[in-house]
Design a protein around this ligand. Structure first.
Ligand code: SF4
Length: 415
């Protein structure tokens, strides 16, 4: 049996500042939705936010809303509401939970931010299928319900090398968004504002990358579970100076922790890499489960999804095309294996957990043998956890606990 330790998880002071950013972000959207004095675009989480900001839209991200449905554990009851109108329980549970919440007229925003009664009304919906096709169907539902335009980028998937023809196609689709967006916004596209949004977004990406890289320190000042909430401003605020300021503060606190040798948990005996999505409704539980076993889940493929190092204000359209095609989720298994191998080395990891997220095969990398190939090549043991991002009916807490305990025991024996 692995001995359970007293659980110490150190919260970051700047998490409060990031929480304030999120609160101001949602209140601004709510005020604009009520007054109608600013236009609102809904955007997918790795969609073309910089173009929307460059045109002056406020940008709302339904995926973040659905993650809140997960963390508040509202999602599992709402998914069947969407199933009842024909959306399968097998498809993205972000989609089904969010559509269910809309049909029931409920939102976790009301509890988190008093005075907000509903999600902001869109003037336009803009998707990029680089992450999955579900986002297109998800946004199509709302385009119909709100009777507003639906625009999008239809991307490549399973990309090996990113080639000139990939970039030419995506760049053209990005440029083709401008004219309809100008009509909706009622003003001409301003290249300088667009460049500024790309510049700020690139800075946000660099700062967020620095945040995540602090986890290479021993002990790590940061955990994956913290990262899933700390990434909020990078997702919803990229392209704004306010988001960048959040990460400057956060990084300064993390550097201080590293300098003083302060870890997010005590006695970091094992360093774990997490592949795939979190189980939003079990963040606290999973965080305590690993910490109690002296294991720190320090890094993940998921939190790194908002690093867009190719963004370049000097060549904004082409660099956006590259940044949003080079992403991990867009790539083939060969690229993904190399990527994960490098990360295991960089973070000096001694175990990998793959989350087999039932309704998101796009963010699950243990379905076609990758975990076993990597284990064989690197000698680093791995564990597959069956679960889901939002649908808690897809997981067994007991099974997860037993499997994680046995896995950590195996790591102890290997040590
Ligand atoms: S990537 Fe997965 S979780 Fe995200 S929207 Fe697509 S199916 Fe849903």
């Amino acid at each position: 049996m692995v001995e359970e330790k007293e659980i110490v998880i150190r919260r970051l002071n700047t998490a409060r500042d990031l929480g304030k950013f999120m609160s101001e972000y949602y209140y601004e959207l709510d005020a604009a939705s009520k007054s109608g004095d600013k236009k609102i675009a809904w955007c997918t989480s790795v969609g073309p936010a910089e173009i929307l900001r460059g045109l002056g839209f406020l940008v709302y991200f339904p995926e973040t809303h659905s993650a809140m449905l997960g963390t508040t554990r509202m999602a599992t009851e709402l998914i069947p509401v969407a199933n009842a109108i024909g959306y399968s329980p097998e498809i993205c549970s972000y989609l089904t939970a969010d559509v269910g919440a809309f049909l029931r007229n409920v939102t976790p925003l009301s509890k988190a931010f008093p005075g907000i009664e509903k999600v902001p009304r869109p003037d336009v919906l803009v998707y990029n299928t680089n992450q999955c096709r579900d986002v297109q169907d998800w946004f199509a539902f709302y385009a119909h319900r709100f009777n507003v335009p639906l625009l999008g980028i239809n991307s490549y998937r399973g990309v090996g090398d990113v080639t000139g023809s990939h970039l030419a196609s995506i760049k053209m689709q990005l440029e083709n968004l401008i004219e309809p967006l100008e009509k909706i916004m009622g003003k001409k596209f301003d290249m300088d504002l667009f460049r500024e949004a790309v510049k700020l977004s690139r800075e946000c990406s660099d700062l967020w990358e620095q945040t995540l890289a602090t986890a290479s320190a021993k002990p790590s000042p940061l955990s994956f579970f913290d990262g899933t909430t700390l990434m909020g401003p990078a997702v919803v605020g990229r392209g704004t100076e306010a988001a960048n300021n959040c990460y400057r503060m956060l990084n300064s606190e993390l550097r201080e922790r590293v300098d003083k040798g302060i870890g997010v948990i005590d006695n970091e005996k094992h360093r774990i890499y997490w592949d795939g999505m979190p189980v939003w409704g079990r963040l606290g539980q999973h965080s305590k489960l690993f910490a109690g076993l002296g294991a720190n889940v320090i890094a993940s493929t998921y939190c790194s999804s908002w690093i867009f190092s190719a963004l370049d204000p000097k060549d904004p359209f082409e660099s956006m095309a590259r940044a949003y095609t080079e992403l991990f989720i867009v790539r083939d298994d060969n690229y993904k294996e190399n990527y994960i191998r490098n990360k295991l080395d960089f973070f000096d990891v001694d175990g990998v957990v793959y989350h087999n997220s039932r309704t998101c095969p796009n963010n699950t990398n243990c379905l076609y043998g990758m975990h076993q190939r990597l284990e064989k090549e690197t000698g680093i043991p791995s564990l597959v956890i069956d679960g889901d991002l939002n649908d808690l009916r897809c997981l067994s807490d007991e099974q997860t606990r037993t499997n994680v305990e046995a896995f950590i025991e195996q790591l102890e024996e290997n040590a």
